[in-house]
Design a protein around this ligand. Structure first.
Ligand code: PXP
Length: 241
């Protein structure tokens, strides 16, 4: 059975919009686990725009399942990963100006660099994943690097504007899964997956995990709105005239 691993970055995005203390991604991680998430993901960005070091530390201490740390392949992040010892490290490309991760890593020609980067991580028995597009040469490079997992970028599929384009992107992903399996890589999927488009992956074998954040946080905020307003109304109604 594939697992759902929930990314709680955007709970922190709401907190950071006011530089406040709530909502706390630590609480969100706890509730996600109660809901059945089999892992929690946080992306610690270089600019700490949402998740910060304190979140990573506390979520690492409090998760009952697994923590996956998404990060760029920098020295700073390597040190944090080694100090935190998450269950898995997922390497992603990172650009300061982007709204979200825009595409997969370019591993081709950088196999040695990534291999060296992952060496101390593997030495600590931390699992590794490389976030890449479903391109055969990137998948081949991931296998050469010796990562255990790849996470295939589903963003182009999710963003497709036409049925035809969606079909083309889905086919690329399915072929990528087959190629990866042939090379002994385990496959996760992530980016832009929601309650509708995920149905395309029903009955597709060899998908280990779905990494999903934004659509779950979006749904949580809407489904919780009525109760949140009711709670405030209830307080105000108790006020004396
Ligand atoms: N996987 C990776 C590598 C990502 O960078 C992200 C976004 O942080 C996700 C999965 C989750 O994407 P979304 O928030 O669109 O579900």
């Amino acid at each position: 059975m594939p697992k759902l691993v929930v990314n709680v970055d955007h709970i922190a995005t709401i907190r950071q919009a006011r530089l406040a203390r709530v909502p706390d991604p630590v609480h969100a991680a706890f509730l996600a686990e109660l809901g059945g998430a089999e892992g929690i993901i946080v992306h610690l960005r270089e600019d700490r725009r949402h998740i910060n070091d304190r979140d990573v530390e506390l979520i690492r201490k409090t998760v009952q399942t697994n923590l996956h740390l998404e990060m760029a392949a920098t020295q700073e992040m390597q040190s944090i990963a080694l100090a935190t010892e998450p269950h898995m490290v997922c390497l992603v490309p990172e650009k300061r100006q982007e709204l979200t991760t825009e595409g997969g890593l370019n591993l081709v020609g950088q196999e040695e660099r990534f291999k060296e980067f992952l060496e101390p991580i593997h030495a600590r028995n931390i699992h590794s994943s490389l976030f890449i597009d479903a391109e055969p040469h990137q998948i081949q490079a991931a296998a050469e690097i010796g990562a255990e997992f790849i996470e295939i970028h589903t963003g182009h599929f999710a963003d497709a504007h036409t049925e035809n384009e969606r079909g083309v992107q889905l086919q690329r992903i399915l072929e990528g899964i087959t190629t990866a399996r042939g090379l002994g890589l385990k496959v996760n999927l992530g980016h832009g997956l929601n309650y509708t488009n995920i149905k395309a992956f029903d009955r597709i074998p060899d998908i280990r995990e779905y990494s999903i954040g934004h659509s779950i946080v979006a749904r949580a905020s809407i489904l919780g709105m009525e109760q949140a307003v009711r709670d405030m109304v209830d307080i105000i109604r108790t006020f004396a005239e």
